[in-house]
Design a protein around this ligand. Structure first.
Ligand code: FMN
Length: 194
């Protein structure tokens, strides 16, 4: 697994860890994507783990578009999202959709997402294209700019050990290196087009 990141001073891209359940494999996958995307890129790719963000289920009385936030956790989340120029959402397909924790995190805000490039990377036994389709619709509703390039990472039972952890993440994800590089390139192009 690549462990080093090129130093860079460019725009900040959040690689969002979109599963928060105990025993999840998402942090390792997101870190692997982050490291490959970072290699040679002028962008700064940073992990943004929704487990660390720790939002409750949406508890704001007014809709996010009004930006009259009652809770400190919402203001903190607003500042975090505002500080990024683009996003790579990494998530497992859950029952043909994407995780509720990710939808909840998106719904807390509105303007903060607007016009920002958004890449999606799902994983599942068939890659997770149904979750991707649903998330892309929501990202369009938020007026983000979903990239054409997306990642569908196929993870089958042969990749997984008895504790449902990836046996060898490099072997499983290596075939997607070029696609990850293409995602980074498209994010840069989208940012340049702003
Ligand atoms: C609630 C739930 C629903 C799932 N639904 C699907 C599915 O629709 N398609 C699929 O390929 N895998 C599905 N799986 C298997 C997940 O791909 C696998 O558990 C994966 O490790 C989940 O990611 P995580 O460990 O980062 O949470 C599901 C798992 C869970 C927990």
């Amino acid at each position: 697994m690549p462990t080093t990141c090129e130093p860079s001073t460019g725009d900040r891209i959040a690689v969002v860890v979109g599963s928060t359940r105990p025993g999840r494999i998402c942090p390792g996958i997101a870190a692997w994507i982050r490291d490959v995307a970072q290699q040679g890129s002028p962008l700064r790719h940073e992990l943004l783990d929704l487990a660390d963000v720790g939002l409750p289920l949406l508890d704001e009385p007014l809709m996010a578009a009004l930006q009259r936030y009652e809770h400190q956790h919402t203001r903190r989340w607003s500042a975090t999202v505002s500080s990024y120029d683009g996003f790579v959402f990494v998530f497992p397909q859950y029952n043909w959709g994407y995780p509720a924790v990710l939808k909840n995190a998106l719904d807390f805000l509105y303007h903060e997402w607007r016009a920002k490039p958004a890449a999606v990377a799902s994983y599942g036994t068939r890659g997770g294209n149904k979750g991707i389709a649903q998330l892309r619709t929501v990202l369009q509703g938020l007026h983000m700019r979903p990239l054409q390039q997306h990642l569908e990472l196929v993870i089958t039972e042969t990749d997984i050990d008895d504790n449902w952890q990836l046996k060898d993440i490099d072997t499983t994800l290596r075939p997607y290196r070029d696609q990850i590089r293409a995602v980074d390139k498209q994010i840069r192009e989208a940012l340049n087009a702003l």
